[in-house]
Each structure stands twice: as structure tokens, then as C-alpha cells.
Design a protein. Structure first.
Lengths: 222, 697, 320
């Protein structure tokens, strides 16, 4: 498979769209726009999983696509929006690193991902190598987002984006069992519930969702 | 006079010179002529010592002689480029260990052409206004002679001699107007950097000669350095020649020294001296260090060049003095030439001969174009200073009405500096951008990413240069006068106008015929790139089957469109333009003679978008507002400032280290007699041990 | 001989086409935006009527305006027209094709921008200076993005000649490469910034907060203003035609084809430009103008997307 052939091209485009959406996540200044971008990324992930299911002839990937669509493109963004609206959380993005500097760091991480994946996967096909590089870039950008944003909501969004990258890597490889996918999804759901509870407790204590404020109260009981 | 020179211990008649009369006869047409012209320039300094404002004819004699000498340089350079390199000419005096010699190959001839052009224009301009005191007349021909000697050197001794003569003569010119404190400060800093550059180059020359055992270029080419010696030579030459050329981070002297000198000398320093420093760099790295350097040698030149281009372009947008603005623009253009040289080195190391000729052609063409248009701009700034009495942009304005010829020439020069087609600056930057667009062929992914980042930064530097030129022209020549003295400006004299018009005509001509210029520079390009360049003819080519740029056709198309539009509109819209009061959003100016100068944009105001967008991060630009509290009748204050990054990171630690070292050295004063004798004894023992080790090992 | 005649004919037809189509394009985008906002909107022919009206009026210049205000409108218009004559529209292999270099087009646009900025500074008004300073600072960020986006398709096509790029991307079988998609996104961002559209500048208002381009035209009137308006329309047409020629090259007539291919190419070009105009109108109606000092972030994001495209292309040319 190489350039000019439809299966590779479409997979490549979908992976590139996920990377583009990760960059857009770093660039936005409003929480609502960030959640929209996350929902779009979930949708693109579902499309990528469905396309891989069609190309590889693996019907369980269609189930993965359905789960991704329901959970990542619809339910989780909806839940996040409800949280923001109902508890009147901050609607602007507060950054620990400027927008320009975050984007520069993002590009550097993409370059790092490319430089790491290519020599390591020397024996595999060009297709799989580039998809893996794209997926690793999405993972690293999700981690960057978790580190450089002060809002707890945005840290959750970063975690979601990271998980999207992991699933993209998993669907790119032929023959991954469904069990892994379902357990990963359950793990993430648990993390999300814990995160939401934590968020509400912080908000109740400090009337703000800046997780940095918790640091000062380390060691206090109640 | 010559005997007096030869009585100095270091110089004496070598036996070779006496017997080589026939050799001298064969090389008479070019190199002897060059030697005679240099000698004539040196001799011009003698009558200049008796010059001054009361004896104007002496100043005119010196400048006319310099003009004739520079025209001679141009003729010799063109003859050498067209006729082939003459054999080296040994000089009748030299250092004790060997003779000095003159040589003029294609590379030296090209830079000699640049020197001749810039020198002729500057001398013509200087003929136009009354000359200064003797201390600014005497070093002028010495400056020109020193630069020519550097370019015509055939061995390292002559090269260093010419380089130091150039440095000291220009220092004397910078310090000529020493009544003002800022000029004294500029001269001190300039001297420091000049000494540093000389020391680095001397060390590099020593390292180079140590391997070959001789100083002349032919012997050095046969034994190129390798390994750590080559890397040390690279570092020393970059530091030495780069400091003289205004390469970052060693550029802190340029924006102070170039404005402090008289206008024609500033033009010469920006237009010619920086190019001579680049020639020295090219001579060492491309020629004397052997025919094949590793690919990574081009990387420091590319990185430092691009950094300098962006920094110079940004600083030019924030400066409030015309000459400082032009000096920062020089830093930017030198950065672009350095980047082109770095690309040529990298391509040569990777054996991509065609691309190396492209990059080398870009470097040489931009050196020539910059030499001419920067000279034009500095001369125009000098004309403005002479006519309107100030260098500060906030005291000028509206000069296009009083000085139309100067304004037109300055606009052409600014258009060339802003890389607008079909002027000369665009042709050389087109070549540079084509070589950057092809730099991905270097293969290694780090080099490719570096080249892509360099492409982005060069694009930003070009746009910043355009913004700086717009600011210069728009604030100085357009708009309304800002001071009464500025309103009373008048057009400059005949000779100064002639110099400006000539320079503008050259800018136009070079813009329309870049292919012919590159063909003239063909042997020099071949020397730099190690491969023969293609013949360009009437346009510029970026390789076979690739893009082309035909400036005369572009100019023809533009003229045709202009004519067609004008003819069409003459029919459809025949009414003549009416003049009325300015609209200005309905704002009515107070009825002052030339309008309220405060309702015009100021230098700091035009700079504000770039100061906030780029200046805060790169130059630590700050805007300090001091507002009075409610009830206080005093005025508010607004001050915008910036700080060049080399000040806190390079010069301040250097100053602290110098003070600390001087403090330590003070302790030597407390030595007793016994300790002083012991010091001398220890040095003697150390030197004897060194000799024993060297002889034994 | 026939080829040379065909080339000259296509060149002349192309120039006539773009001169006629440019104000129509501006009028069409305004009409679409009005419809999307629920208004009826003026007819798409309105810019032609505006130009006619302006040409009939007598131009008035300020008392202290210099020759720059008289000459610069003609120079800006000529520069934009020359640049637009180089960008292929319905056929490749036009008479000026060997001259059609992307860097030359960028240089001619810079010449037009400089002419406009000089006009803004000519009379010495505050608005003119403001507009000129901001316009040049936007250009400092747009140029790097344009050059690095150009790097991607220059690498694929092997030359920076627009004719060769269009031909190579049409026949080359490159498939749907994400590098091209990222480079297209970067160029669209640069096009928005260079043409003073929302979110960088608002072409419809004359308030200090929302204008950059219009600020430099405040003192112009009569035929000078007509030339500046025509130049703005030509510039928009140039950018859209550039994007169409590089990234949507299907349907364009190859070099040396006959009139039937030209007719098909013309139809394809009209459809593509209309599509881009619709997309631009939707984009402008959907988002708000951003603060002036956020524009470097916008263009910086475009630059980083273009760098990403170039890096991915380096990787794939290194692999295969």
C-alpha cells in the first residue's frame, strides 16, 4: 500500500484530521469551543475505526466505532457541557504556558513522535508506521494539554484526547481483540466519574476549578 | 616615503623582488595597476593632514582622488573578472619570514567591484558638501586603501595588514566627531570589537599557517586543515570576520558606530566594509580550508545568519533615528548573505553542485545589490541631515515637497531594500528563497527541518524589512513637517544630487539585469561552489526546467498595465484632481502653519503593532505609562523602550568579567622586589621548558 | 505556431475574464453574506455600478498630498493585475507561463501592499498611519506562513512555477495527502489575512476598532478610490484563483488543448470559484472578528500547520 491508493489515503486523511483537531484543542481560548473540538475528534475516531473495519474486514471494529461515536462524540461532551453549565464553571481557558508557546511545544512533540517511531518500526509497512506516528502525536498532544491547562475540565479533555490517540493506534494494527477495547472504555468511564466528583469537591471547597489551589492544602484533614 | 616605511624593523627588501622585474612586467596590466592605485590612495593622506574647513580645496582634492581611485578599482575588478585571474605579484617589502604578495582572483575581484562602486558614490557625495576637519579627512583614503589591500591580498600577512588598517582608519572616522558623548561611547565599543576581531583572525591565521608552514594562499590550499584544527578555525573565523560584518551575537557595535561617522563614511562602512569582512570569511572557509568541508559547517552560518536577519529587521522597525534604522537594516541584510553562504557550504558538502551555485550566486548578488542600495539610502539620510538638520525621525516629515529628487531616489532605494520587484533587492532574495525551497534535498531530516524553519524566518525578515522601509519613507518624506527646521528644508546641491541619482539608476539597472551580473560573477560563484554555474543570460534561472525570473519582462508588463489603465481612465474619468482640506475623519486641525505635528503618526506610533507583537518577546520591549492621579495637574508620561538581547547576555557579563579581572590584576602592584624578579625568572624557565619539550618531542 | 497563438489567445482571454469577474466575485460574496444574515442584499452587480459611479466623480486630494497619492493607485492596480495575469484559471500553458513564479506573485502583491501603505501615510493622518502599520505587521506573519505552505507543493511539483505546479498536482497521482490538506488550510488562513476579511479585518465598516485596510483609503476619492476598490477585488480573485489552481486542479484545460477544453475549463473554474466564495461567505458569517493582537496567533497557527505539513512530507519522501 502506498500513496495514491484509496485505503491508505483515507486512513491517512482521517489520522491527519485527528492530529489537526488536537492542534485546534491547543489553540482555542473558550471552553465551549474545546468541547466541540473534542466531540469532532471523537466523530473522526469513529470514522477511522469504521474505515479500518471495512478495509481489514474485521466486523468488531464497527462495534468499536459505534462505542466511540456514542461515548466520545455524544455522551462525554454532553456531560462536560452539562457540568460547565449547571455548576457555572469557568468558560475561558487559563493556560500555564502561552498559546503560542503551547503550539510550538506541540509541533516539537509531533517531530519527536515522528523521529521516535520511524527508526523503531523499521520492518513494518510504510502505512502502519505513519499511522503509528500520527497516533503517538495525538497521545503526546493530549498529555501536553493536561499539563499546560489550569482548568480541571480541560485536563479531563486532555485525558480524553489522549485516549482517542490510543484507540487510533489500536485500530490501526490488524487483529486487536475487542476485550481490550471494552476494558479500556470502562477504565476511562471510571476515571471520568472520579474526575467529576473530584471537580465538584474542589469547587465546593474553593469556589474555583483551579487544581493548583489544592496544593496549598496538602496534609489537611477535612 | 617608501624608504621610511622600509626602515621599520618588520619590513625589509626581499632579494626576490629585485630579480623579478620580468615577472612584474608580465603581470603589469592588472595587479601592478592595483598596487599603484592603493599606493596613490595612501599618499593622498599626506596632503589631507593640512586640510580643514578653511582650506576647502584640500578636502575636494582628497575626495576627488578617492573617486578616481575607486573608479580605478572598478575597472581593475571588471578586467580581472572578464580576463581571468592574473598571477600573484610579490611585493618588494614584507615580513622577515617571507614576502608579501598581491593576488586578485574572481572572488576578490567581485568584492573589489562592490568596494569601487560604494567608494565612488560616497566620494562623489562627499565632494558635494564642505569637508570636515583634517582628522576626518586623513583616515578616509587610508580606509579605502586598507579595504582594497585586504581584497587584493595574496597571503595571510597582507590580508591581516589590510584588515587592521581598515579597522583603525574606520575607528578614527567614527571618533572624528568626538565632542558628543554618544560618539565617544560608539568609538570605544567599536574599538573593542575591532580588536577582538583582529585577535580572532590572527589566531585563525596562525592555526592555518601552522599546518602548511607558509603564509601565502597557494601553499595553504595544498595543505588544508582537518579535525579539531579545522573546527577551531571555523569558530575563530566566524567570531572574527563575523564581528566585523555585524553577525549576531557580535553586532552590538554596528547600530552605534555607523550613525556616529559622517554620512558618506557610514555609507562606505555599511556598503563596503561589511562586505570585506564577508569576503574574509568566504576566503577562509570556502577557499583556504580546502575543497570539501563537512555538511554541518553550513549550519552555524545559516542559524546565525537567519537569527541576525530577524533581529536586525525587528530592530529597524523600532529605531527612532534614520541612520540607526539603516544600520539595523544592514545587520538584517548581512544575515541574509550569511545564510546564503551557509547554504552554499552545506550544499557543497553534500555534493549538490547546482544548488551550491544557486546559493553562492544569491550571496554574491545580494552583496553587490546591498552595497549599492544601502549606500544610496545612507547618502539620502545624509542629504536629509544636511538639509533638514536632524537625524531623528520625530523631527522630520513632509520632505518630499522640498526635496523631490532626494525623496524619489530614497524611495527607489527603499523599494530595493524591501525586495519589491523589479528592483535589485528582489532578484537576489528570489535566488535565496529558491535555494531555501530546494534545501530539502540535503536529505538528513534535522537539516530539512532546519531549512524549513530558516525559510519561515527569512520570509519574516523580508516582510520586516519592507515594514521598516515603509516606516522610514512614510515618516521622513511623506506626511507633514514636525518641526520648523524641518519645514525649512531645501534640496541638496548638484554633486550630492548627482551621487543620489547615479546610485538610484544603478539600483534600477542592477534590478533589470541580474542575469548579466551573475554571468559576470560566474568565476567567483564557481570558486565558492566548486561547480560551474549555468549561464543566465537575460533572466535568472533556478536550475534546469525549474522556475525563472525575467525582470525586464515584469517591468514591461507593469509599464504596459500602467499605461493601459491611465489611457482608459483618461477617457472615463477626465476631471482633474481638486485639492481641498484633509478629511481626517472630520477632525479639524488648529490653524498652525504646517498643521499640528502631534496629530500625525510618530516613530513610536508606527512601531507599536510590531513592538507589541514581536518586540515584547524578542527584544524585551516595554511601554511604561505614568498617569497622574485624579487631581494632580502634571502631565502623563508614556515611554516605550527596548533592549537588544546582546546587551544583558553578552556585554554586561563581559564588562563584569573585565572588572573582576582588572581587580585581580591590581594585586600585581603589591608584589615586592623579590616576587617581581621571581615572576621574570619563572617565565624564562617556562619558555625554556617549552622549547625543550617541542624540540624533544 | 498554432501553440504560440493559442497561448497568446488564452492569456488575453484570461486577463479579460479575471478583470470582468473580480467585482462580480466581491459582489457575490456580499450578496451571499447578506442572504445568510436574513437580508435581501444588493445585487452582485453592485460593485460594477460603484466603480462606474466613482469614475464619474472628481477626485479630491488633501492640500499637502504629494505625487504619491496620484501615482500609487495606478501602481497598485497594475501590480495586482500583472500578478493575476500569471495565475492560471481555465487553461494551462498561457503565454506568460514561464514567468508565472509563486515568489514573483508574492513580490507583486508586496508591491501593491507597499503602494497602499504609502498612500495611507502620505497625508499624515492618524488613521492612515494606524492602518499602514497594522497592515505591514500582519504581512510579517503572513509571509512566513505562505512560504512554508509553498514548500509542500513545491517539493511535490519540483518547481515554484505555478503552471508546473498545477500540471504536476493534476497529473501526478498524489492522492489525498494530508500535507496538501494542511498546506491548503495554512494558505486559506493567509488568504483571509491578506484580503482583509473577517476574522482579521472587517471590510464593511469604517470604525477604528475594526478596520485596517479601509483606514488607508479614507482620503481617497473618485478614480483613485475606484482603482483601490478594483485592486482589492483583483487581490481577492487572485488568492481564490491561486488556491483553486493549486489544490483543486481538476477540470483545467491542459497546455495546447482546443476551445472545447477551454470551455470545459471555464465551466470548472466558475464552479470552483463559486464554491470557494460560498465557503468564504459561510466562514465570515459564522465567526467574529478577532482582536488585532490575536492575529499573530492566528497566522502563527497557520505557520505551524504548514511546518507540520512540510515535516510529514520530509518523512514520506525519506521513506519512499
Amino acid at each position: 500500500m502506498s500513496f495514491g491508493q484509496l485505503p491508505y489515503d483515507v486512513a491517512h486523511v482521517l489520522g491527519g484530521a485527528m492530529l489537526l483537531l488536537s492542534c485546534m484543542l491547543l489553540y482555542q481560548r473558550r471552553v465551549a469551543a474545546v468541547i466541540t473540538a473534542l466531540a469532532l475528534q471523537g466523530g473522526v475516531l469513529a470514522a477511522a475505526a469504521a474505515w479500518q473495519g471495512y478495509v481489514q474486514g474485521a466486523p468488531q471494529l464497527f462495534l468499536t466505532a459505534l462505542i466511540a461515536l456514542l461515548a466520545k462524540a455524544v455522551l462525554i461532551p454532553l456531560a462536560l457541557r452539562l457540568l460547565v453549565r449547571r455548576f457555572d464553571l469557568d468558560r475561558t481557558v487559563e493556560t500555564a504556558l502561552g498559546i503560542g508557546a503551547s503550539m510550538l511545544a506541540g509541533i516539537a512533540l509531533v517531530a519527536l513522535a515522528i523521529l521516535v517511531v520511524l527508526p523503531v518500526t523499521g520492518g513494518a509497512q510504510a502505512v502502519a508506521r505513519e499511522d503509528l506516528a500520527l497516533a503517538l502525536s495525538v497521545v503526546l498532544l493530549g498529555m501536553l494539554m493536561m499539563i499546560t491547562r489550569r482548568n480541571a475540565i480541560l485536563q479531563v479533555v486532555g485525558l480524553m484526547s489522549l485516549e482517542n490517540g490510543l484507540i487510533l493506534a489500536a485500530v490501526g494494527v490488524a487483529g486487536m481483540p475487542l476485550v481490550v477495547e471494552l476494558s479500556t472504555a470502562a477504565l476511562v468511564l471510571v476515571v471520568l466519574v472520579v474526575g467529576a466528583v473530584f471537580l465538584l469537591m474542589i469547587r465546593g471547597e474553593f469556589a474555583s476549578t483551579d487544581t493548583g489551589l489544592v496544593e496549598r492544602h496538602r496534609g489537611e484533614a477535612e | 616615503m617608501l624608504r621610511a616605511c622600509c626602515d621599520v624593523p618588520l619590513l625589509h627588501l626581499t632579494p626576490r623582488a629585485i630579480g623579478s622585474a620580468s615577472e612584474r612586467f608580465r603581470t603589469f596590466p592588472v595587479l601592478s595597476a592595483l598596487g599603484l592605485v592603493i599606493l596613490a590612495m595612501l599618499l593622498l593622506a599626506v596632503p589631507a593632514a593640512y586640510g580643514g574647513p578653511e582650506r576647502g580645496w584640500v578636502g575636494r582634492l582628497v575626495h576627488a582622488g578617492s573617486l578616481a581611485g575607486c573608479v580605478g578599482f572598478m575597472a581593475i575588478a571588471v578586467a580581472a573578472l572578464l580576463g581571468g585571474a592574473p598571477a600573484p605579484l610579490p611585493l618588494p617589502f614584507g615580513p622577515p619570514w617571507g614576502g608579501a604578495r598581491l593576488a586578485l582572483d574572481a572572488l576578490g575581484a567581485w568584492f573589489l567591484l562592490i568596494l569601487g562602486l560604494a567608494g565612488a558614490l560616497a566620494s562623489l557625495f562627499a565632494l558635494g558638501h564642505p569637508p570636515g576637519p583634517a582628522r576626518s579627512l586623513v583616515p578616509y583614503p587610508l580606509f579605502l586603501a586598507g579595504m582594497a589591500l585586504t581584497l587584493a591580498a595574496g597571503d595571510l600577512f597582507t590580508l591581516l595588514l589590510g584588515f587592521e588598517a581598515m579597522s583603525f582608519a574606520s575607528w578614527a572616522l567614527v571618533a572624528a566627531d568626538h565632542e558628543q558623548a554618544e560618539n565617544r561611547h560608539a568609538a570605544r565599543r567599536y574599538l573593542g570589537f575591532a580588536l577582538f576581531a583582529g585577535a580572532c583572525l590572527a589566531a585563525a591565521a596562525g592555526l592555518l599557517a601552522a599546518g602548511a608552514g607558509a603564509l601565502d594562499f597557494a601553499a595553504l590550499r595544498e595543505r588544508p586543515p582537518e579535525g579539531w584544527r579545522a573546527a577551531a578555525i571555523l569558530a575563530l573565523v566566524l567570531a572574527g570576520a563575523g564581528a566585523k560584518a555585524g553577525m549576531v551575537p557580535l553586532h552590538a557595535w554596528l547600530p552605534l558606530a555607523h550613525p556616529a561617522a559622517p554620512s558618506h563614511v557610514s555609507a562606505l562602512m555599511s556598503g563596503a566594509m561589511t562586505k570585506v569582512a564577508l569576503y574574509v570569511l568566504a576566503r577562509f572557509l570556502f577557499d583556504l580550508c580546502g575543497p570539501a568541508q563537512p555538511v554541518w559547517w553550513g549550519v552555524p552560518l545559516l542559524v546565525l545568519g537567519v537569527a541576525g536577519a530577524v533581529l536586525g529587521g525587528l530592530r529597524a522597525n523600532l529605531e527612532a533615528d534614520t541612520k540607526t534604522l539603516l544600520a539595523c537594516s544592514t545587520i538584517e541584510n548581512i544575515g541574509l548573505i550569511l545564510a546564503a553562504l551557509g547554504l552554499a557550504l552545506a550544499f557543497r558538502g553534500r555534493d549538490l553542485g547546482g544548488l551550491a551555485t544557486l546559493a553562492a550566486g544569491a550571496a554574491l548578488l545580494h552583496a553587490l545589490n546591498h552595497g549599492v542600495f544601502k549606500t544610496l539610502l545612507f547618502l539620502a539620510a545624509g542629504a536629509v541631515l544636511h538639509a533638514a538638520g536632524s537625524r531623528r525621525i520625530d523631527r522630520l516629515g513632509g520632505l518630499i515637497h522640498a526635496m523631490p529628487v532626494t525623496a524619489a531616489c530614497a524611495m527607489l532605494g527603499a523599494g530595493a531594500a524591501a525586495a519589491l520587484p523589479p528592483l535589485s533587492g528582489f532578484a537576489s532574495e528570489w535566488l535565496l528563497l529558491q535555494s531555501l525551497l530546494a534545501a530539502w534535498k540535503l536529505g538528513d531530516i534535522t537539516l530539512q527541518v532546519l531549512a524549513a524553519a530558516a525559510l519561515a524566518l527569512v520570509g519574516m525578515a523580508v516582510a520586516l524589512a519592507a515594514a521598516a522601509m515603509l516606516r522610514l519613507i512614510g515618516l521622513v518624506f511623506l506626511g507633514r513637517p514636525r518641526t520648523p527646521r524641518g519645514a525649512g528644508a531645501h534640496e541638496v546641491g548638484r554633486l550630492e544630487r548627482a551621487a543620489l541619482v547615479l546610485a538610484a539608476a544603478l539600483t534600477l539597472a542592477f534590478g533589470l539585469l541580474p542575469g548579466a551580473l551573475l554571468d559576470l560573477a560566474g568565476p567567483a560563484v564557481a570558486q565558492l561552489a566548486g561547480a560551474a554555474p549555468p549561464r543566465h543570460g537575460l533572466g535568472l534561472l533556478a536550475g534546469e526546467g525549474a522556475a525563472a525570473y525575467l525582470p525586464w519582462l515584469v517591468a514591461l508588463l507593469l509599464a504596459a498595465c500602467l499605461l493601459a489603465t491611465w489611457l482608459l481612465l483618461r477617457r472615463r474619468s477626465p476631471q482633474a484632481t481638486q485639492r481641498g482640506p484633509v478629511w481626517n475623519g472630520g477632525f479639524i486641525d488648529p490653524p498652525l502653519v504646517f498643521g499640528d505635528p502631534l496629530t500625525q503618526p510618530s516613530a513610536g506610533g508606527i512601531a507599536q503593532p510590531l513592538r507589541r507583537m514581536l518586540g515584547t518577546s524578542l527584544l524585551a520591549a516595554r511601554e511604561v505609562v505614568d498617569m497622574p492621579r485624579p487631581g494632580e495637574p502634571r502631565a502623563g508620561h508614556y515611554a516605550a523602550s527596548f533592549r537588544d538581547p546582546s546587551e544583558p547576555f553578552l556585554l554586561a557579563p563581559l564588562a563584569r568579567a573585565t572588572d573582576a579581572l582588572a581587580g585581580r590584576a591590581e594585586r600585581l602592584r603589591d608584589f615586592s622586589l623579590r616576587q617581581c624578579l621571581g615572576l621574570g625568572f619563572a617565565t624564562l624557565v617556562l619558555l625554556l621548558a617549552l622549547i625543550a619539550w617541542l624540540e624533544g618531542g | 505556431m498554432m501553440q504560440a497563438l493559442a497561448a497568446i489567445l488564452t492569456q488575453l482571454l484570461h486577463v479579460a475574464l479575471v478583470v470582468l469577474a473580480a467585482p462580480l466575485l466581491v459582489g457575490g460574496i456580499r450578496w451571499l453574506k447578506a442572504r445568510m444574515l436574513g437580508r435581501r442584499g444588493a445585487s452582485p452587480l453592485q460593485p460594477w455600478r460603484d466603480l462606474d459611479k466613482l469614475l464619474r466623480k472628481r477626485p479630491v486630494l488633501a492640500e499637502n498630498a504629494s505625487a504619491v497619492s496620484e501615482v500609487a493607485p495606478y501602481l497598485g492596480f497594475a501590480a495586482c493585475l500583472t500578478a493575476l495575469a500569471l495565475v492560471p484559471s481555465f487553461a494551462l500553458g498561457m503565454a506568460l507561463a514561464p514567468l508565472a513564479d509563486l515568489l514573483l506573485v508574492a513580490g507583486l502583491l508586496a508591491l501593491a501592499r507597499m503602494a497602499l501603505a504609502l498612500t495611507g501615510l502620505d497625508v499624515g493622518t492618524a488613521f492612515g498611519g494606524l492602518g499602514a502599520a497594522r497592515e505591514m505587521s500582519f504581512a510579517s506573519f503572513a509571509e512566513p506562513a505562505l512560504l512554508v505552505a509553498a514548500l509542500s507543493f513545491v517539493m511535490l511539483a519540483g518547481s515554484s512555477n505555478l503552471d508546473q505546479i498545477a500540471a504536476a498536482l493534476r497529473d501526478g497521482g498524489f492522492g489525498l495527502r494530508i500535507s496538501l490538506a494542511l498546506a491548503a488550510a495554512a494558505m486559506l488562513a493567509v488568504a483571509v489575512a491578506e484580503n482583509a476579511r473577517i476574522p482579521v479585518d472587517n471590510p464593511a465598516t469604517h470604525l477604528e476598532l475594526t478596520m485596517v485596510h479601509e483606514a488607508m483609503l479614507l482620503e481617497s476619492s473618485g478614480r483613485h478610490l475606484a482603482l483601490w476598490e478594483a485592486q482589492a477585488a483583483l487581490r481577492l480573485t487572485l488568492w481564490l484563483a491561486l488556491i483553486v489552481a493549486i489544490f483543486l486542479p481538476f477540470g483545467i484545460a491542459p497546455a495546447g488543448a482546443g476551445p472545447l477544453a477551454w470551455a470545459l475549463g471555464l465551466l470548472a473554474w466558475v464552479v470552483k470559484m463559486a464554491g470557494l466564495a460560498l465557503a468564504l461567505a459561510v466562514f465570515e458569517s459564522a465567526i467574529a472578528k478577532m482582536r488585532v493582537f490575536r492575529v499573530p496567533e492566528f497566522l502563527g497557527a497557520a505557520l505551524l500547520l504548514a511546518l507540520l505539513a512540510a515535516a510529514l512530507l520530509f518523512v514520506s519522501t525519506g521513506l519512499s
